[in-house]
Design a protein around this ligand. Structure first.
Ligand code: SF4
Length: 401
């Protein structure tokens, strides 16, 4: 697998900090299912990231890791087309994060919104450890070690990708320099079949700021088959400056993450204890949903209610079609339906979603060795790429003794 052929590559990870619930399913996993159809996807278990908050109980990871992968596989993540692996099985991530740490001004990390939010928590900073401060460096390493072009994120994580891009620019600028860069780059251009087109596009970008020309030129370079990765980096770098482009700048693949209400109407979250787990039994799902609080105005069945004041309505918005939603709105306001009838409609839809997942989960639970095998094979495959990248990095930094 080429370390440069990364236009179509997506990297994303998940911290194994607890059982996955419907919030994860609708917010992340359905998106991953779409992405695996269109992109070359690398999905990893971010066990080192989990330790930033769970450092006191690392032993839990041994169960949490395969259980999370069972959830992934049960919803339909396909290990045949997608690489699945555990972050700590590819130690090159840590090496790259360490090297990034050497060139990163402390202020860049201190201004990351999640770090600032943590410091401002009323009960005091909970995660004032280096791991949490340095988290964005490891996150950047996770992405750029595979030279991934795309990072699927929600709007709230945009700052992390912006920081990753800034780090890449700094790295390229510091370590992509060569004393005879201009000469080397021109020699590379001359060897291109479309040398003239390359130079025209470069001029259009550099003199007129045409971003489409830059993108076209980048694609032209990336489409070259018979050139070394060093020459490719020179050609990409020559388009924009005077150094090699050792790493491409990753781009955010913004995804809409629907807000899934929990059993109490707040966002579904483990910390609120309001979740429906992908591994919940059918009985547990039924019980949780039937016990949900409703509009307090509906004391008796004959009391009219207001769906907007009821957490069950939040789930109807996710699961029910227009016809059912109208039935709920009219029936609730006119007190012509009971809350249990109303909840049953949600129960049916949630069970429809979870039943096939539950069945696949049960099969996978029978043979957890298969899950470890998938993870081992995934790690082996991606480690080849990570190792090639680190050789380039060490060479560029002069660390090959
Ligand atoms: S009828 Fe439905 S929406 Fe209205 S209060 Fe009862 S559960 Fe909530």
């Amino acid at each position: 697998m080429s370390v440069d052929g990364t236009e179509n590559r997506v990297v994303s990870g998940m911290r194994p900090t607890g059982a996955l619930h419907l919030g994860h399913y609708h917010g992340v996993l359905t998106n991953w299912l779409r992405l695996q159809q269109e992109y070359e996807c690398f999905f990893f278990i971010a066990d080192w990231h989990a330790l930033t908050s769970n450092y006191e109980s690392p032993g839990e990871l041994h169960t949490a890791v395969p259980q999370m992968v069972i959830d992934w596989l049960a919803v339909g993540i396909d290990p045949g087309s997608t690489r699945l692996f555990v972050q700590s099985r590819v130690p090159e991530h840590a090496e790259l994060a360490l090297l990034l740490g050497m060139m990163t001004p402390l202020s860049w990390l201190e201004r990351v919104p999640s770090y600032k939010d943590m410091l401002e928590q009323p009960e005091g900073p909970a995660l004032a450890n280096y791991g949490f401060l340095g988290y964005p460096l490891l996150q950047t390493a996770d992405i750029i070690i595979y030279k991934a072009k795309h990072v699927p994120i929600g709007e709230d994580q945009r700052a992390h990708v912006e920081l990753a891009r800034e780090l890449v620019r700094r790295f390229n600028d510091l370590y992509g320099r060569e004393p005879d860069f201009e000469e080397q780059a021109r020699a590379c251009v001359e060897r291109l079949e479309q040398a003239r087109l390359y130079m025209e596009l470069r001029t259009a970008w550099q003199e007129q700021g045409k971003t489409d020309a830059l993108q076209q030129a980048q694609l032209l370079v990336k489409a070259q088959r018979n050139i070394s990765s060093t020459d490719r980096q020179r050609l990409l770098g020559y388009l924009q400056g005077n150094h090699r482009m050792l790493f491409p700048e990753p781009e955010a693949l913004l995804t809409e993450t629907p807000r899934i209400p929990g059993l109490d109407g707040r966002k579904m979250s483990k910390s609120y204890g309001n979740t429906i787990l992908l591994r919940d039994t059918a009985d547990a799902v039924q019980e949780k949903l039937c016990k949900m609080p409703t509009d307090p105005a509906r004391v008796r069945r004959s009391d009219p209610g207001e769906p907007e004041k009821c957490p069950v309505w939040g789930l109807h918005k996710v699961y029910s079609d227009a016809e059912v939603r109208q039935w709920v709105q009219e029936g609730c306001r006119a007190a012509s339906i009971g809350c249990l009838d109303c909840k049953r409609k949600v129960v049916d839809r949630v069970q429809e979603t979870l039943t096939p997942i539950r069945q696949r989960r049960a099969e996978l639970e029978e043979d957890v060795d298969v899950v470890w095998k998938i993870l081992n094979e995934g790690a082996e495959a991606v480690r080849e790429i990570a190792s090639d990248t680190m050789q380039e990095v060490r060479r560029a930094m002069g660390l090959q003794y």
